[in-house]
Design a protein around this ligand. Structure first.
Ligand code: PCA
Length: 224
């Protein structure tokens, strides 16, 4: 039976003029196009606290996927991060794309404090690290819209009574190989958004990032 996998990604937000998660989502869908076990559906989610919750609710209801993988960029990280935990907190210096700033606000006042990823984070990390790929397990997805989406996906699925694999992957800034070299992409790291501030921004080739995410999908299919 073919499983439907929803991959979500984001567009630009303050400090990131082109969000590499969109290219990654498309490339992962391409890499997996010949796999009969999975059909990949990709959708953009707005970089907005309120808008992302709304968009997710609609997608999860309309598409009814068998698994959900959300992607976002964490500028300054040098490995693909399999996020372990989503926390019930919105708190960032930067605005979301609706101009909203949230400081120390619960995502869901009556909700759980945290959810763990239900992707096979540890097993996939061990396997991919074993073949020399740049992966890590991360214990914070930040407190901006990426963590918000990670948390909300779990909360919505729980309320819908659906136990399906769901989780979040932060990707580093990527080396863009499909644009002219004079194309200017700005990357500014924000710690709230999972970033790491440093002099220079490490990057990984797009194809390496897509391969890692596709392998995580393959490992997820094994546990479904
Ligand atoms: N990264 C941000 C939001 C969108 C994205 O790609 C974050 O890590 O919160």
């Amino acid at each position: 039976m073919t499983k439907t996998l929803l991959i979500t990604y984001f567009g630009p937000f303050p400090g990131v003029s082109v969000n590499p998660s969109g290219v990654t989502a498309r490339q992962v869908a391409d890499v997996l196009a010949d796999e009969s076990a999975v059909q990949v559906v990709t959708r953009e989610i707005p970089v907005s606290y309120a808008g992302s919750s709304e968009a997710l609710r609609e997608m999860l209801t309309d598409i009814r996927p068998d698994a959900v993988l959300s992607l976002g960029v964490a500028v300054g990280r040098d490995k693909v991060s399999f996020e372990k935990v989503a926390i019930n907190l919105d708190s960032a210096d930067i605005e979301d794309n609706d101009g909203v700033v949230r400081v120390d606000e619960a995502i869901a006042p009556e909700g759980r404090e945290a959810y763990f990823s239900t992707l096979p984070v540890r097993a996939s990390y061990e396997r991919l690290r074993g073949v020399g790929l740049p992966v890590e397990i991360s214990y914070t997805a930040g407190t901006y819209v990426c963590n918000h989406v990670f948390y909300e996906a779990h909360r919505i699925l729980e309320r819908q009574g659906r136990r399906i694999p769901a989780g979040f992957v932060h990707i580093p800034a990527t080396q863009v190989d499909h644009e002219p070299s004079d194309a200017q992409t700005t990357f500014t790291a924000h710690t709230d958004a999972g970033g790491v501030e440093s002099e220079s921004v490490p990057t990984l080739p797009e194809a390496v990032v897509a391969r890692i995410v596709a392998e995580l999908v393959r490992d997820t299919l094994k546990v479904m």
